[in-house]
Design a protein around this ligand. Structure first.
Ligand code: C2E
Ligand code: MG
Ligand code: MG
Ligand code: MG
Length: 278
């Protein structure tokens, strides 16, 4: 008890920690307002065929333009949104907006391409999520196979059974599932058997070490994924050497600055739309 008291007292008087807490609280308050005030938007990053360079997928990435602080990284505000539960309405907005945009792009020659959105662990506890997604797909006359949900391994660590049940329900409706940041989480391989996954996304931590120590693990992930009949996307591909290695290793899709940065919708269309390809 004395120890706990002591620790609390240290925390309370630590000005740095107090400032960090105040900062988080402020972000939380501001984030609550951001959705209504149109401060959130999506950027889109291409996933391409490693051999042909053809567009195979599009990942929607959340952006927040704070009125006074400017652009804030999702790495900073997504955890705040998760902590406060705000990720549930924000995440729904992301799904709705990404599908609306994708449907508007259907005429642009994006056939056979799917749109990917990131799903946070908190959203897998939202019992209404499947009904919400059904309604969104219905509104935009979108086949469920056009929507891929990216989940990290941490989703499967917490509340494993609940998350797996929900994701299995979604997969049964025809949605696609991808494991994001694969290889850096803490979970075992067991969930690969229990979950109906379509795609593994190799974490950029491994890709960053190509050429070098990242090569062996990348090759091993590819062999395992292919044995299991899963598609693979390598993330964070920045160099020609990485691109070449991944092509030789048989990694069918890549994503990264080497191909294109995440772009606002207008720029994405200019770069990847039918007219740009022609
Ligand atoms: P993620 O889903 O793994 O997305 C990949 C991140 O790597 C993105 O950062 C992307 O901009 C960045 N990236 C892409 N190519 C390269 C590259 O070649 N080099 C480097 N260094 N980075 C690259 P971003 O947009 O800042 O997003 C960070 C994370 O925030 C995402 O990681 C995802 O976990 C989370 N996030 C973003 N949007 C959403 C969302 O709508 N919902 C949820 N729950 N999380 C999101
Ligand atoms: Mg992702
Ligand atoms: Mg990703
Ligand atoms: Mg990732």
């Amino acid at each position: 008890e004395a120890k706990r008291h002591g620790r609390n007292r240290v925390a309370f008087f630590d000005p740095q920690l107090r400032e960090a807490m105040a900062e988080r609280l402020r972000l939380q308050t501001d984030l609550r307002r951001a959705l209504e005030h149109d401060e959130l938007s999506l950027h889109y990053q291409a996933q391409v065929d490693t051999c042909t360079g053809a567009l195979t997928g599009i990942e929607a990435l959340l952006r927040w333009e704070h009125p006074t602080l400017g652009a804030i990284s999702p790495a900073t505000f997504v955890p705040v949104a998760e902590e406060s539960g705000l990720i549930v309405p924000i995440g729904r907005w992301v799904i709705g907006e990404a599908c609306r945009q994708f449907a508007a792009w259907r005429q642009e020659g994006f056939d056979g391409v799917c749109i990917a959105v990131n799903l946070s662990v908190r959203q897998t506890r939202d019992e209404q999520l499947p009904a919400f997604i059904d309604a969104v797909l219905d509104t935009h006359a979108m086949p469920p196979g056009c929507l891929e949900l990216e989940i990290t391994e941490s989703v499967l660590m917490e509340q494993t059974d609940l998350a797996i049940a929900l994701l299995t329900r979604l997969r049964a409706r025809g949605l696609r599932l991808a494991i994001d940041d694969f290889g850096t989480g803490y979970s075992s391989m067991a969930y690969l058997q229990r979950l109906p996954i379509d795609t593994l996304k190799i974490d950029m931590a491994f890709v960053r070490e190509i050429p070098g120590d990242g090569e062996a693990i990348t090759t091993a992930i590819l062999a395992m994924a292919h044995q299991l009949g899963l598609g693979v996307v390598a993330e964070g591909v920045e160099t020609q050497a990485q691109h070449d290695f991944l092509r030789e290793a048989g990694c069918e899709q890549i994503q990264g600055y080497r191909i294109a940065r995440p772009l606002p919708p207008e720029a994405f269309l200019l770069r990847w739309g039918a007219r740009a390809q022609a």
